[in-house]
Design a protein around this ligand. Structure first.
Ligand code: AMP
Length: 464
């Protein structure tokens, strides 16, 4: 076409159709990313593909291209994309809706934590479904999702789905899909389990791998070895003294995320927590605030932040060190993207030593030790309250009792602060696999809140 810029031509050469090209032009996509260049011709050829690609690599357009070009409106669910988290499901369905704006396919997202009834209604007319495994299985059990017309199945962030214990759910769902189909698998890491899964369910699969979108030259990684009791104070000091655009602070538990975010807020730092203990509506609202940069610091657990494409994150803080390098790499992939610079700051105290040692086993990580700055111990303003006879904490900072009276709660000091230690998986922020749930057929309840209060968990929770 005369006058068309040459770089858009590169997308045409990959085989994308005009309506999709038009969207890419409007989005000002200049040229294909590496994974797009490698994988789009294969997926448009209806090959089964395993793509080693992480968040920010442009993988949505890869599976989006074959799905959008092979789906006809009104012929039932022709593509299913499985994701580990609700946020990622939302993000993908938004991106696909945008890509399909000139052929107006019905794309819906389906996940737990919200009412099932509107989903049942929407599924009747859906052409493409993006969802988390647990809720998709709910629908399969109810007969409210019909996969017979399915042509393309995508397993996105497959490594994460397996880590979260979704393997049985994923396999059950695959077994509900018709056999003649295209299967695409995207994963930041290719483990033995991923290979086993691909051998079992894919046909003549082709593996492609793209370089990390994160430029290692632009990524600085440091750690501070701090006293247990100074962990929070060091974090606060760094947040206030580093030149930060947007920062993400990673915690291993919901409780730690609340602890950090509420104390930062109480001390005037613009911070919000996000984790699976919140309703889906609240999680979406918080993500919007962070995307629009009305909040500068997002304190999060891994699941809530996984796979999200957030622009302008200059700093990643690991308030708790993740258990292994794989998780660490996922966390740091949120910064130094698209050629920008980024910094990763690990605040390591004795409770992190085991995890940090495990992370450092990955020789590719270049993390240097920084001298800990002189900081005074910050007075903790917010501590979760342990109610007698209850295993729940009340939120005195935001809650009814403390409204308007935040400064009243100069709390207990660190003698009790081990409550936010990094022991075990008690409060891991994850959607539950379908087979682990108590109330399989209840709708409109968050899967995250369905843990039974066993005597065991009760007695453990009192020991802080
Ligand atoms: P994804 O990895 O698919 O979540 O994409 C990450 C971000 O990169 C999204 O904001 C996309 O809109 C953007 N993106 C994807 N492909 C390209 C491209 N070829 N050029 C510029 N931006 C892109």
């Amino acid at each position: 076409m005369i006058g068309r810029n040459t770089s858009i031509n590169e997308f045409e050469k990959l085989g994308l159709n005009p309506s999709l090209i038009r969207v890419l032009e409007e989005e000002k996509f200049e040229k294909p990313t590496e994974i797009q260049e490698l994988a789009i011709p294969l997926v448009l050829n209806r090959k089964d593909v395993i793509a080693r690609a992480s968040t920010g690599s442009g993988k949505t357009l890869v599976f989006g291209s074959t799905i959008l070009q092979n789906t006809k409106k009104g012929f039932g669910i022709q593509a299913l994309i499985l994701t580990p988290t609700r946020e990622l499901a939302e993000q993908i369905s938004k991106a696909l809706n945008n890509f399909s704006k000139y052929n107006r396919l019905k794309i819906i997202s389906v996940y737990g934590g919200v009412s099932i009834n509107p989903q049942i209604e929407n599924l009747k007319y859906a052409d493409i479904v993006v969802g988390t495994p647990g809720r998709i299985l709910d629908h399969l059990a109810r007969g409210t999702i019909k996969l017979r017309p399915l042509k393309t199945l995508v397993l996105d962030e497959a490594d994460r789905m397996l880590d979260m214990g979704f393997i049985k759910d994923v396999e059950k769902i695959i077994n509900h899909c018709p056999k003649p189909r295209q299967t695409l698998l995207f994963s930041a890491t290719i483990s033995r389990d991923i290979i086993r899964l691909s051998k079992k369910y894919m046909v003549n699969q082709i593996e492609v791998s793209a370089e990390e979108y994160v430029d290692p030259a632009k990524l600085i990684q440091v750690y501070y070895d701090v006293d247990e009791g100074l962990k929070y104070s060091v974090l606060k000091h760094l947040l206030q003294n580093e030149k930060t655009k947007l920062a993400m602070v990673f915690c291993n538990t919901r409780r730690n995320a609340d602890f950090v975010a509420n104390n930062l807020k109480a001390m005037g730092v613009d911070a919000l927590a996000i984790h699976g203990g919140f309703s889906q509506e609240k999680r979406s609202r918080i993500m919007n605030q962070f995307h629009s940069q009305t909040c500068q610091v997002l304190v999060c657990t891994d699941v809530a932040a996984r796979g999200l494409d957030i622009k302008g994150v200059s700093h990643i803080y690991n308030y708790d060190l993740p258990k292994e390098a794989k998780e660490y790499i996922h966390r740091i992939g949120r910064t130094a993207r698209a050629g920008k610079e980024g910094k990763v700051i690990n605040i390591v105290s004795s409770r992190d030593y085991i995890n940090f040692t495990s992370v450092l086993k990955d020789n590719s990580l270049n993390i240097t030790c920084e001298k800990t700055p002189f900081v005074e111990r910050t007075m903790i303003k917010w501590t979760p309250e342990i109610k007698r006879g209850s295993d729940r904490f009340s939120n005195r900072f935001n809650g009814n009792k403390g409204r308007g009276n935040d400064n009243k709660y100069y709390g207990r000091n660190y003698s009790r602060s081990n409550y936010h230690s990094n022991q075990g998986n008690r409060n891991r922020d994850e959607e539950k696999p379908y087979h682990n749930r108590d109330n399989r057929n209840r709708d409109s309840r968050s899967n995250d809140n369905r843990n039974s209060r066993s005597k065991y968990s009760y007695t453990r929770k009192r020991r802080y």
